[in-house]
Ligand binder design. Sequence first.
Ligand SMILES: *[C@@H]1O[C@H](CO)[C@@H](O)[C@H](O)[C@H]1NC(C)=O
Ligand SMILES: *[C@@H]1O[C@H](CO)[C@@H](O)[C@H](O)[C@H]1NC(C)=O
Ligand SMILES: *[C@@H]1O[C@H](CO)[C@@H](O)[C@H](O)[C@H]1NC(C)=O
Ligand SMILES: *[C@@H]1O[C@H](CO)[C@@H](O)[C@H](O)[C@H]1NC(C)=O
Length: 403
Amino acid sequence: MESLAVRWRHSFLYLALIYAVLYFLHTNLVLDRRPIRLKKWPDLPLRFRHDGTFKILQVADMHYGTGLLTRCRDVLPSQFDHCSDLNTTRFLKTMIQLEKPDFIAFTGDNIFGPSTADAAESLLRAFGPVMESGLPWAAVLGNHDQESTMTREELMYFISLMDYSLSQINPPSKGLYNVNGGMMTAIDGFGNYNLSVYGAPGSHLANSSILNLFFLDSGDRETVQGIRTYGWIKESQLHWLRSVSQGLQGQNQEVKYITETLPVALSPALAFFHIPVPEVRHLYYQKIIGQFREGVACSSVNSGVLKTLVSIKDVKAVFIGHDHNNDFCGNLEGIWFCYGGGFGYHGYGRAGFSRRARVILAELRKGDKAWMGVERIKTWKRLDDENLSKIDEQVLWELQPSR
Ligand SMILES: *[C@@H]1O[C@H](CO)[C@@H](O)[C@H](O)[C@H]1NC(C)=O
Ligand SMILES: *[C@@H]1O[C@H](CO)[C@@H](O)[C@H](O)[C@H]1NC(C)=O
Ligand SMILES: *[C@@H]1O[C@H](CO)[C@@H](O)[C@H](O)[C@H]1NC(C)=O
Ligand SMILES: *[C@@H]1O[C@H](CO)[C@@H](O)[C@H](O)[C@H]1NC(C)=O
């Protein structure tokens, strides 16, 4: 009986949440006299452009508060008086106009809970420019998003209902089995999902996923043997990742059949989450592109994320946030780990050190008559300085000819 009561309470909370979403997103409904709809959807599926490219904008750590009244942190004294969350909004609008991305990935700490009394309002303002742009987007949570009026589950629920959002709360648990063969009822965290990018229009791969995007919830904080540490990606999530990757590679057998000339069968994948894995620390001693300006604030627990990524083989690069002053890409066992670099003005940073964003560009291989699968993945960053300087351009992955 008690569990029924709990379930009813949850149902009620969801209804209340949906009502709140409708209220916030469509307050103009009554004026417009348009029929009610829950959210606006972008054109789907995601697919490469006619010119054989697909561009992603990574926005890490917006740290949005309430808007005009939320002051900037770590800017020069001369900049302080006229600086607020609105500068973050302006930077996002500028990046969308300048780079014209096909998709935007927000890698957590999208809002800074302690600086807002209303998480819904903060989310609507933070994601305002992307909802206005009509571009498809998706987000994962960081460790600060839930420090206001919504739990992590409520946040992902809300984000998944926002205009043009492709974010999901979690995969359906049906059909997922745990290691012991039993039914897995749930997956840890909120915001674990995959998205597919299809081949160029009119090409043989127009109906096939040729670039896969994995989103994972790296949690917020945990206590391990009495010591506080950051969250980590749990085995249930890694298990899900392995099975999704395997499923996609199965579908790829068909892709391989269609394109006999394609030397490899694997469609590359990219992963997005907030908190770095512990191995990112090793990059201090290795050649990196970009800057290592602060210690890596990761969990004390190593749950084997890198090992899993190496074993599934399709993930070529991982995009993280969390440490705002780090903006480098470094390679661990063949997989690139790239920081987005702090984007938001209310997040900590360094005075005189521009806020920044990362761009990821995937390019297709040109076949005899039409576009084929992915040939190359590149990345660079843009600074929010007077020239919107483009820096640290590099190739992350290239198709290896198998001859
Ligand atoms: C923030 O925006 C204001 C108004 O557009 C501008 O004057 C100011 O220079 C910006 N500050 C920073 C640090 O970019
Ligand atoms: C892709 O699907 C569309 C609609 O179902 C179909 O018209 C088209 O022929 C398909 N293209 C390929 C290459 O399979
Ligand atoms: C996620 O991956 C599975 C294969 O494991 C695939 O069937 C499904 O369509 C993918 N989801 C999306 C939204 O692309
Ligand atoms: C912007 O470009 C101009 C002209 O090339 C240059 O003089 C200036 O130093 C640049 N500013 C920054 C912040 O890079």
